[in-house]
Design a protein around this ligand. Structure first.
Ligand SMILES: C[S@@+](CC[C@H](N)C(=O)[O-])C[C@H]1O[C@@H](n2cnc3c(N)ncnc32)[C@H](O)[C@@H]1O
Length: 391
């Protein structure tokens, strides 16, 4: 099986030759986001489709527009709670191909005209290649420069300037993670070496104080051999989002768990996975730069970081309950029962699938105890989330 994209493999191998084995987090950063050869960074015409039914993996927006429609309904209610500001900003972070944005904007234009008139939609995307795909999918609105803006980093938004909503779907799981292994020496970090033309795994002491500090907060009782991940980028990202929100909400959708569940002692292999052509593997050392890599999200840590930087947790639920709270039943009633479209929409609600694997965290700032339809059915109580994050 191929080791991966030749120039990328050579680039990572030469970094290892110069500095010795690199922490896994650095390997994942290069594999996914090397500016020229990374998985998400190569121009669409230089690479097979990444996201979609013919790609390596699909997301909710490939399944059915119903998530974008529900998000539009939720954003309209948030606009009302904010008192209909003159301009309301929605920042979508990590928009992928831009399908969710297309579904969201279509629903806003059709169903929520007052909100749509005052809307400024910012797409925050680090990859120029993904930005191109987003432009293609958002062509109906490209002639409205006041509506759509692209930025490549949160630093493009000044502190406390956004009144509205920051949201993401499957962004946080795509951040590079530190991988930890419990050995006879204690907690060590999975690292990557290059020998005889192949990447190989090795363990090294923890690579940073920040990582050691984060691990001390986890108070977990893990057996030797236990593996897990720490997503320090996620905390850093949440801190920077919180700093930019003036008044409004942060809504994060992703697969993940509360901290207690994420770091259970029986979850021995961690949550790290690779996706290629709709199949899953645990091997990051093949198809490097040609497969996606991902790890589940520790939502308690996101909530705790938000709390520390001026956000309050509005609630935590799963995708099924979120969609039900926003009236998915009425949306489904308009579709012909058992039609392919109906079945696709149901896929997003499956209790043993996307409906519960995907979680929704909502945080707010500058609004008194907002009540949101998306949180009407809360299967997780806030205390479950915050009890862990206090650690
Ligand atoms: C898995 S895809 C998201 C899929 C998409 N949201 C959807 O609903 O189909 C991850 C996206 O996040 C982008 N991304 C990853 N890290 C980022 C960062 N730090 N800032 C902005 N975009 C990022 C990737 O380039 C990619 O477009």
């Amino acid at each position: 099986m191929s080791t991966g994209h030749p120039e990328l493999v050579a680039t990572i191998a030469s970094e290892i030759a110069a500095s010795g084995p690199i922490p896994f987090v650095r390997f994942m950063e290069l594999a996914l986001y090397h500016p020229r050869f990374g998985y998400y960074m190569r121009a669409p015409e230089q690479t097979p489709e990444r996201i979609g039914w013919r790609g390596d993996f699909y997301t909710s927006s490939d399944v059915h527009p119903i998530l974008g429609q529900a998000l539009a309904k939720q954003a309209d209610q948030m606009d009302q709670l904010l008192g209909y500001p003159e301009q309301v900003t929605v920042v979508e972070m990590g928009p992928g191909k831009g399908l969710l944005a297309r579904h969201f904007l279509s629903a806003c234009q059709r169903d929520y005209p007052s909100f749509f008139q005052r809307l400024r939609y910012v797409l925050l995307e680090r990859s120029p290649a993904m930005r191109k795909l987003q432009r293609d999918n958002l062509s109906p609105w490209l002639d409205q420069p006041d509506l759509l803006t692209w930025v490549d980093d949160l630093t493009a938004l000044a502190p406390r300037t956004v009144t509205g909503l920051f949201f993401s779907n499957e962004l946080v799981d795509s951040f590079p993670v530190h991988r930890i292994q419990v050995t006879a020496q204690g907690l060590e970090e999975l690292s990557v070496d290059y020998r005889d033309g192949r990447f190989v795994e090795c363990v090294m002491p923890l690579s940073s104080d920040a990582l050691a500090h984060h691990l001390r907060g986890l108070t977990a009782d893990w057996p030797v051999g236990y593996r897990t991940e720490v997503n320090l980028h996620a905390s850093n990202w949440m801190e920077r989002v919180a700093q930019r929100l003036n008044r409004g909400f942060v809504l994060t959708i992703d697969y993940g768990h509360t901290q207690q569940d994420f770091y259970r002692s029986d979850r021995k292999g961690g949550t790290f996975l690779c996706y290629s052509r709709q199949s899953v593997s645990e091997n990051p050392f093949v198809r490097v730069g040609e497969q996606d890599m991902t790890a589940h999200v520790d939502f308690s840590s996101l909530a705790a970081t938000g709390d520390k930087h001026g956000l309050q947790t509005t609630g935590f639920t799963n995708q099924m309950s979120f969609l039900m709270g926003l009236g998915v039943e009425q949306m489904l009633a308009k579709l012909e029962q058992d039609s392919p479209e109906f079945k696709a929409a149901i896929h997003l609600l499956r209790p043993h699938g996307m409906g519960t694997t995907f979680k929704v965290l909502i945080q707010h700032r500058g609004i008194q105890q907002p009540e949101l339809d998306g949180l009407r059915y809360k299967p997780f109580f806030q205390s479950v989330l915050t009890a862990q994050s206090a650690a």
